[in-house]
Write a protein that binds this ligand. Structure first.
Ligand code: SF4
Length: 590
């Protein structure tokens, strides 16, 4: 059942009313990232602050959601509390399929509820339910209660926030179905500012698969590529934590607030070690046969007569780097225990870990004291970090409230900017070199997944800034196409542009399939226009000194190369956002 027009549910929390609208643009912006930027241009207000009730919280899916494997993600867009600019965060779980089966391409939430509330939507219903009794509850309790209140397990997706989101922390995420997240750039605080504790999406409608006769055959081919070849085996087997040992070996793993990039001591937190000792099971987003979600366990003794409780905690490379190697916590169960607290609080695990790594070094250097940190933070001390994560989520004192706005905000106040590991937001788990640092610092989402800068650093030998920036721009263009479909980026090796075109044609999106080059450029432009319109100045981005001090397997950082990359990438971003920037491109380029 293809839909040429987008079908969008808007919900205004001020009166609890909803409206279904249809919107043109399928052949121009496809869906996902493109649709989110289009909707922000319609409902967002560049000049009002992120927490103005008028600002929208947007969720979008793509034209292939539900039709092909790994088209399993949802794009969440909002004005971010982290920098008060346009932002995107991507999450999976059942969210995308639930929206598809609810017959929606997008959900747009505006306004602020008078009291803490939960929105429940489905193919034929909308309910805004008052849930004051959930306010202040941690993420686990909230999940349990919402699952009891809203039936439909298996077809239902639950998005929820913890105390960090309620407290306006700019590093609060939105949890999706327990093991996935819209983690970065503060979507949790946007929900909190709207008095919105949860969103329940019921995929309770029909979704007839009436594609062409080529469709079933193509589906089988794609499915076989994903499951019968080794293209995705890395994700299913050890999972992304396989990167821990691999990066350590080539001296590219951020360790101890990036004071080091290699340490044999991380052997207790490699992917192999997690798989051997702590892995309980794998799980998958809806519509994904790969199942990259690795779930370990935390066991707590609650009575001296050997009585234990256990909780299941998902892990990946990024949480392990942020709460493991960055904090020099090198025992897999200790890392899982800290992740568990961050989850309960509803914090973005990566940002929380990197900010506490900064706080630990700041305490060591005497820039802050225990008056600020309350507990004695010390690299390797997992018990202290469990406490500190709780304080960060609760906003326990002025220090933790400021740190919860981002490490640089705390560094501006207390000092210690030089060793703040911030590249647009708290860094991701790759210390690969200049191209990655610049791509993360300036990229639209400040995400390592916006472009393959980390792999460029590892594969390319030369230092040609123009070639590198050209790579970043083209790579981003390919990725925004995928995030407009909305594919899991782990499948980027499978879903080439040619395969995407075949998939679109097989379900009836002929025009879109024929113009993918032009469409991806349009989406790239729209996103950058949204970001720049909300105040982003790429030329003003600075990279803290710590990133210049490291040595990787390729040698010490080259400050001149990095500076030149930064300047050229900033110029390229400006050019990308010019309204008619693609007009001069050749027909072949399009
Ligand atoms: S590979 Fe992992 S993140 Fe991607 S869709 Fe599958 S389970 Fe979800």
């Amino acid at each position: 059942m293809i839909t040429d027009k987008f079908r969008i549910l808007t919900v205004d929390l001020r009166d609890g009313r909803g409206n279904v609208i249809t919107l043109d643009g399928r052949d121009t912006v496809a869906g996902g990232s493109g649709l989110a930027a289009l909707l922000f241009s319609k409902y967002g207000n560049a000049n009002k602050p992120w927490n103005d009730p008028d600002q929208p919280l947007i969720f979008t899916i793509g034209p292939l959601t539900g039709y092909f494997p790994l088209m399993s993600k949802t794009v969440c867009a909002f004005k971010s509390p982290y920098h008060d600019q346009y932002a995107e965060s991507h999450g999976g779980g059942r969210s995308a399929f639930a929206l598809r089966f609810a017959g929606l391409d997008a959900l747009v939430v505006t306004g602020k509820a008078a009291r803490p509330s939960c929105v429940a939507v489905g193919s034929r219903h909308l309910e805004v339910k008052e849930v004051h009794y959930l306010w202040g509850r941690d993420l686990y309790t909230t999940g349990k209660m919402l699952r009891g209140m809203f039936k439909g397990a298996g077809h239902r997706s639950i998005l929820r926030i913890g105390p960090a989101g309620e407290n306006g922390s700019a590093i609060a995420g939105i949890n999706v179905d327990s093991y996935r997240h819209f983690g970065r750039l503060g979507g949790g605080a946007v929900m909190g500012s709207k008095n919105l504790k949860g969103i329940v999406i019921h995929g309770d409608g029909n979704f007839p698969l009436d594609g062409s006769k080529e469709y079933p055959k193509l589906f089988q081919d794609v499915y076989a590529k994903l499951t019968d070849t080794d293209m995705m085996s890395k994700y299913h087997d050890i999972g992304t934590p396989i990167n821990m040992a691999a990066l350590n070996e080539v001296k590219m793993l951020p360790i101890r607030n990036l004071q080091k990039t290699i340490d044999p001591g991380i052997s207790g937190i490699t992917g192999e070690k997690f798989a051997e000792l702590a892995l309980l099971r794998n799980a998958a987003c809806a519509g994904c046969p790969v199942g990259c979600i690795h779930i370990g366990f935390v066991r707590e003794r609650f009575r001296k007569e050997h009585r234990y409780l256990y909780r299941q905690v998902s892990y990946d490379h990024e949480p392990i780097f942020a709460l493991g190697s960055m904090l020099s916590v090198v025992n897999c169960f200790a890392v899982l225990a800290i992740i568990d607290v961050a989850e309960k609080m509803g914090l973005d695990v990566m940002s929380a870990g990197v900010s506490l790594a900064w706080a630990t070094e700041a305490l060591e250097k005497g820039i802050i004291s225990e008056k600020e940190t309350i507990t004695r933070l010390s690299f390797g001390d997992s018990e202290a970090y469990k406490q500190a994560i709780q304080f960060l989520g609760e906003g326990k004192n002025d220090f933790y409230r400021l740190l919860g706005q981002g490490t640089l905000k705390a560094a501006e106040h207390y000092g210690g900017r030089d060793f703040a590991c911030v590249l647009g937001q708290e860094m991701a788990g790759y210390a690969t070199g200049e191209v990655f640092f610049v791509s993360e610092a300036l990229g639209l989402r400040h995400s390592h997944l916006d472009s393959g800068g980390y792999s460029y650093d590892q594969k390319e030998k030369g230092k040609d800034p123009e070639k590198a920036v050209d790579f970043l721009i083209k790579d981003e263009q390919g990725r925004v196409l995928l995030t407009s479909m909305v594919a899991c980026l782990f499948a980027r090796g499978v879903y080439t542009d040619a395969l995407l075109a075949d998939c679109l044609k097989s379900v009836g999106y002929q025009t879109l399939a024929d113009t993918l080059g032009k469409v991806s450029r349009t989406i790239q432009k729209l996103r950058w226009q949204a970001r720049l319109a909300t105040g982003y100045r790429p030329e003003d981005v600075t990279i803290p000194k710590r990133f210049f001090e490291i040595t990787t397997g390729k040698g010490p950082m080259d400050a001149d190369y990095l500076a030149s990359l930064k300047d050229k990438y900033a110029q390229a971003i400006r050019f990308l956002a010019v309204p008619d920037a693609t007009e001069n491109l050749s027909a072949q380029d399009r």
